[in-house]
Design a protein around this ligand. Structure first.
Ligand code: KDG
Ligand code: MG
Length: 406
């Protein structure tokens, strides 16, 4: 069996996505996702200029060999662009294998460990009262795990708030084609977050467990203080309290409290995850299959995490396409150490013209389907109608103008 052709689709049905199609001489076709938010075109180039020429003529059944060739055989290993490109190939090959076997991918991984996967949704508001309203809406839909973010007095913009329930709070870019600029002040933030979770605990009691994403903005000593102050509210997790480059600085945060910690959405390899998992510095690993080398490599990270009693909460923002999300549904259906799955609600109705998935959502859970492969159909004709629009993640600046972690 041979790969005969591969084609990249850069489509924007409301958001930009990089989708790879792999064709075979037996007529079976697979689709993968290699979307890298704000850096989509470098992945397209990596696929078209470096990866696809190597794939043609290879046996698509040899997923491991293809993976090793693209990773180990490249000399320049790792990094977001290459690992997203490898992920696109890997997902397409698992899709092909599943379609050939007439089985869903989770069956190829070892079968389902559960009937349904618990999801969490994003609740956000300009202030605490608005966040409480947004949380209520999720609980009414049956969600029992909800991410809660709130506006911070004194800051006109903050991560996580502008993109969901309160579009008005987001910042305008200096020019429409440049990244939006956000403000950051750790003191103001640290004042409001414990207040948010106190109010949530008073309002909702045991009806839901809450998560919160600091998006890498605190210093370790500030992060330790936050984790400690949130301890009484028993969060499901506190996410990305600091940039993860220096694992040893997490010891301070870990030793300060029992608030569960999650991190890893910016990791691409098992080696980056290793110190956090091995030393028990986190409770949940957050890699995205489409940024961490696909199903093949993410499965290794999951197995390694299970060995160290770390659960998975794979990254599932709206910049992971329905194909990437389906891959995570299969991984989560199989993983013995599944924790929760982040679930983005895609705002654009054009999304349905392009992607149709077989899994379905019921009362805060995703139910995996029995469809073969990844279980997502991709409408190429419609995808071509939605042209790529350059867009950026935000840029963060301290109140004096200094660039800070986004
Ligand atoms: O592209 C970056 C986003 O995916 C990220 O900002 C979302 O932090 C995020 C999350 O937890 O969903
Ligand atoms: Mg995050």
């Amino acid at each position: 069996m041979k790969i005969t052709n591969a084609e990249v689709f850069l489509t924007c049905p409301g958001r930009n996505f990089v989708i790879l199609k792999i064709e075979t001489d037996q007529g079976v076709v697979g689709y993968g996702d290699g979307t890298l938010n704000g850096r989509e075109k470098p992945v397209v180039s990596c696929l078209q200029d470096c990866v696809i020429p190597m794939l043609i003529g290879m046996d698509p059944r040899r997923i491991e060999d293809v993976w090793q060739l693209l990773y180990r055989g490249a000399y320049w290993r790792g990094g977001p662009v290459a690992m997203s490109a490898i992920a696109a190939v890997d997902l397409a090959l698992w899709d092909i294998k599943g379609k050939m076997a007439g089985m869903p991918v989770y069956d190829l991984l070892g079968g389902r460990s559960r009937e349904k996967l618990q999801l969490y949704g994003h609740a956000a508001g300009r202030d605490i009262a608005a966040t409480i309203d947004a949380v209520s809406a999720w609980i009414e839909q049956g969600y029992r795990t909800v991410r809660a973010q709130t506006g911070v007095p004194g800051l006109n913009t903050i991560y996580g708030v502008q993109s969901s329930s309160n579009p008005g709070i987001g910042s305008a870019p200096p020019r429409a084609d440049l990244p939006p600029v956000h403000q950051w002040d750790s003191d103001a933030y640290l004042k409001v977050v414990p207040e948010l979770f106190e109010q949530l605990a008073l309002t909702f009691g045991d009806q839901a467990r809450f998560l919160h994403d600091t998006h890498h903005r605190l210093r370790p000593i500030e992060a330790a203080r936050l984790a400690k102050e949130l301890e009484p509210f028993h969060l499901f997790w506190l996410e990305d309290v600091c940039r993860p480059e220096l694992a040893e600085r997490f010891r301070l945060i870990r030793s300060a409290s029992t608030t569960p910690l999650a991190l890893g959405e910016v990791f691409h390899t098992i080696q980056e995850c290793q110190p956090y998992i091995e030393e028990g510095l986190i409770d949940f690993i957050r890699v995205a299959a489409i940024h961490a080398g696909g199903i093949t490599h993410t499965r290794r990270i999951i197995d390694f995490s299970a060995l160290h009693d770390v659960r998975i909460g794979l990254h599932g923002p709206p910049d992971v396409s329905p194909i990437g999300m389906a891959a995570q549904v299969h991984l989560g259906a199989w993983a013995p150490n599944f924790g929760v799955q982040e679930w983005a609600v895609f705002p654009a109705s054009e999304m349905d013209d392009v992607f149709r998935h077989e899994h379905w959502i019921e009362r805060g859970h995703v139910i995996p389907s029995e469809a073969s492969g990844l279980g997502v159909t991709f409408n190429e004709t419609n995808a071509k109608k939605h042209e790529f629009k350059r867009s950026y993640l935000g840029v963060n600046r301290l109140m004096d103008g200094t660039v800070w972690n986004y």
